[in-house]
Design a protein around this ligand. Sequence first.
Ligand SMILES: Cc1cc2nc3c(=O)[nH]c(=O)nc-3n(C[C@H](O)[C@H](O)[C@H](O)COP(=O)(O)O)c2cc1C
Length: 225
Amino acid sequence: MNQFDIVFEAITSRRSVRGFLPEPVSDELISKILSAASYAPSGSNIQPWKVHVVTGAKRDELSRLLLDAFERKLPESREYDYYPVQWRSPYIDRRRETGWGLYEILGIKKGDREASSQQHGRNYQFFGAPVVLIFTIDKDLEQGSWLDYGMFLQSIMIAARGCGLHTCPQAALANYPDIVKSTLGIGNDQTVVCGISMGYEDTTCVANQFRPERIPLEDFVIFHS
Ligand SMILES: Cc1cc2nc3c(=O)[nH]c(=O)nc-3n(C[C@H](O)[C@H](O)[C@H](O)COP(=O)(O)O)c2cc1C
């Protein structure tokens, strides 16, 4: 594989992994990934990201607290709308197809609330990953900085591939921002953006067979000449 093919391979082999091995990832490797990702572009180079690397006992504590909130059905208090307030086609259709696709592979039947809730709860166990990255942004930054943030997040996930690691980006980790902030000592001048679970893939995990399809190019690209 030449150096250009490697770039394409890193991008297309990134997928959301929902089953990790407990094998730890060294702080050196995590730093290498974050350092590479910091080359992501941002308007005027303002670099609006802040990352909390959570491993070991702190990871377990955060998982326990989030899972407890989820199981006790505490109200979610996200600090921003991630999804449209009013769902419509074609987005709702794609969302449903993706959701049911995963559940089908897992053998979860429509209407089986217990099983789907259990699978959702796996978010708060970081799908078994030994590393969870929590991302925050200053509350007074604007939409442009959120655009920058997306580029940074994708760079982390691609750089992780370069180290043989996999990731799962998780908006679910912004569902209980108060818990995240109090556990990690994050001030209220910050918004919790999302998290990324990271580690080595458990290739025996059925959920990892799931590969949601992409819409064809002609559905989203217009060439002008
Ligand atoms: C910002 C962001 C938040 C996401 N949040 C979650 C989440 O909370 N839980 C989850 O299982 N997947 C989450 N995903 C993963 C998406 O479901 C996934 O990216 C999409 O289905 C496409 O699949 P792929 O990443 O495997 O290519 C999130 C993705 C992004 C980009």
